[in-house]
Write a new protein. Structure first.
Length: 261
């Protein structure tokens, strides 16, 4: 006795074969080798902004310093050799009147007015090498509170605070740049980027733009666009200061407006 009839086995084989064929036809109809036709995503009017950092006397600058490094010792200085004077005969009325006091014929006679060497000086018949003072190695490697990437004129010893100031400056420069629209001069973008306008902005304690002074790009049309941007910014408020450092203030900042298409 068999568990399945021959007709049932035939139907099962037919169904399995039909499923395989159907799956193959479905994959072929899907055209997986082709890319999907999707609409392009609108990226908006965003444009890259080049920020040129400048120093501001009001904002804290990271102080140059760091911990004492133990990798290498301080520079070793070669000891200055003891001076050696050339052996010479000095004429003196106090010289002995004996034959032993007469200098050898080949000994040089010192010129008149030459001071005799000290009693403990090294004496040689001939001196060819001049004795020089060794080079100063500078200050020793000592502990100074600060950071190795800081500035000698810096006063801020917290690198995180100095970094926060740099990021804040970048946001401020980007805020001014976003509102700057250059006129169409019919030039390529690479040529347009060469036109820049330097601006010094005056700020109040709460970050309000109170005034400005600007240079020239060499193009009257671009200068007019930069002046229009700065006039529109007067009375506005720059991006807020870092939350972790509410004591940071800027009374003046220098920015550069870059012309783009």
């Amino acid at each position: 006795m068999r568990d399945f009839l021959p007709s049932e086995v035939g139907v099962a084989v037919f169904v399995a074969f039909a499923i395989q064929v159907g799956a193959g036809l479905a994959l072929r109809a899907a055209s997986l080798e082709q890319h999907a036709a999707l609409p392009d995503i609108d990226k908006g009017a965003a444009a890259p902004v080049r920020v040129i950092p400048v120093l501001d006397e009001d904002a804290p600058i990271l102080k140059l310093g760091g911990k004492k490094k133990a990798k290498l010792p301080d520079r070793w200085l070669k000891q200055t050799p003891k001076p050696i004077v050339e052996q010479k005969a000095f004429v003196s009325p106090k010289a002995d009147k004996t034959e032993a006091a007469i200098p050898p014929p080949d000994m040089k006679v010192a010129e008149a007015g030459t001071e005799p060497p000290p009693p403990d000086a090294e004496v040689a018949k001939q001196v060819d090498t001049e004795i020089t003072t060794p080079t100063d190695a500078g200050p020793a490697n000592t502990d100074v509170e600060g950071h190795e990437n800081g500035s000698k004129e810096g006063t801020e010893t917290d690198p995180l605070k100095a970094r926060a100031v740099d990021i804040w400056r970048s946001k401020i420069a980007g805020w001014f740049q976003r509102g700057f629209h250059c006129p169409d001069l019919g030039l390529p973008e690479d040529e347009m980027k060469k036109f820049r306008v330097g601006v010094s902005v005056q700020l109040s304690n709460d970050g309000t733009v109170t005034g400005y002074s600007m240079g020239s790009s060499g193009k009257p049309e671009i200068d007019a666009a930069a002046r229009a941007r700065m006039e529109a910014a007067k009375g506005g408020t720059i991006p807020p200061r870092p939350e972790n450092y509410p004591d940071i203030t800027l009374h003046q900042i220098s920015i550069t407006l870059v012309c783009k298409q």
